[in-house]
Design a protein around this ligand. Structure first.
Ligand SMILES: NC(=O)c1ccc[n+]([C@@H]2O[C@H](COP(=O)([O-])OP(=O)(O)OC[C@H]3O[C@@H](n4cnc5c(N)ncnc54)[C@H](O)[C@@H]3O)[C@@H](O)[C@H]2O)c1
Length: 259
């Protein structure tokens, strides 16, 4: 899929990985629809209003995401050629805590709702739009990129809700690919390791924890860079039509062990 001149949606585009992907798409002359729950990130796109539409919306809302898609079509005309689903949250909590109390069911449901249901909601609504669009070269209509986490495979203690949500995102990859293949729509999932964003800063609470996390990384022994490492992969996955139905870890060889 060509980037220049095409329209892409980036959820969670107001911060971290989504912000980086959105900026890179803009640099490559795409039109970008940034969707985020918060409007803090809007200022990053100041002066670029011609090619950016910032929509404050919740990925879990059918109404808000449908409206955002319509706004995108109205502003940029016609087609949405890709979506990068970075909107998500991190959560920690053991199934039973030290005092014997079970994890609050609402907190589990909340994580599943934002990370899994929200990702699915955006995918289904964007895919329904893509299906209506005229195909390009080789019948390609669009590309969907979802963000899981290496915790979908190597979930550590305390990550039960987060890992379950990211496992769901990863497991959707193949059936989504198979459902959408006939329309020329690809689906791929990125499973990042530790990347330097506000989310990972919240997880790495102090120096000691940060060092513990870094010790699990092979080479290079540092957090990944959203700019130039994460966004390079996003761009590759958009541009390379032969990438489909895959879950790709980008983690410098990290395998999360027992904490
Ligand atoms: N940073 C990492 O190390 C890392 C590693 C693995 C996976 N991930 C995943 O990558 C994605 C992006 O993470 P990040 O590090 O950029 O985090 P971040 O907190 O910097 O950005 C996430 C963005 O998503 C938005 N968001 C949250 N809930 C939303 C909702 N309901 N609707 C719309 N937007 C919502 C937030 O407002 C925020 O701007 C997340 O799904 C995260 O789980 C991150």
């Amino acid at each position: 899929m060509q980037i220049k001149g095409n329209t892409f949606i980036v959820t969670g585009g107001g911060s971290g990985l989504g912000l980086s992907a959105a900026r890179e798409l803009l640099r490559l002359e795409a039109n970008v629809v940034v969707i985020d729950l918060k409007d803090d990130g809007k200022s990053f796109f100041k002066g670029q209003e011609k090619n950016v539409l910032f929509v404050q919306a919740n990925v879990t809302s059918e109404e808000e995401i449908s409206k955002a898609i319509q706004q995108a079509i109205d502003k940029f005309g016609g087609n949405i050629r890709g979506v990068v689903n970075c909107g998500g949250i991190f959560s920690v909590g053991k199934i039973v805590d030290q005092s014997g109390k079970p994890l609050d069911l609402e907190s589990f449901k909340f994580t599943i709702n934002v990370n899994l249901v929200g990702t699915f909601n955006v995918c289904r609504l964007v895919a329904a739009q893509m299906v209506k669009q005229k195909p390009l070269e080789e019948g390609e209509r669009g590309v969907i990129i979802n963000i899981s986490s290496i915790a979908y495979e190597d979930g550590q203690a305390g990550l039960i809700s987060y890992s379950a949500s990211k496992g769901g995102v990863a497991s959707m990859t193949l059936p989504m690919t198979r459902d959408l293949s006939r329309f020329g729509i690809r689906a791929v999932t990125i499973a990042p390791g530790f990347f330097d964003t506000p989310l990972s800063s919240a997880a790495a609470t102090d120096e000691k924890v940060t060092q513990k996390l870094i010790n699990q990384i092979e080479y290079p022994g540092r957090f990944g860079k959203p700019d130039g490492e994460f966004n390079k992969l996003v761009i590759h996955l958009i541009e390379n039509t032969y990438m489909n139905g895959e879950i790709i870890r980008i983690d410098a060889g990290t395998k999360l062990g027992k904490l």
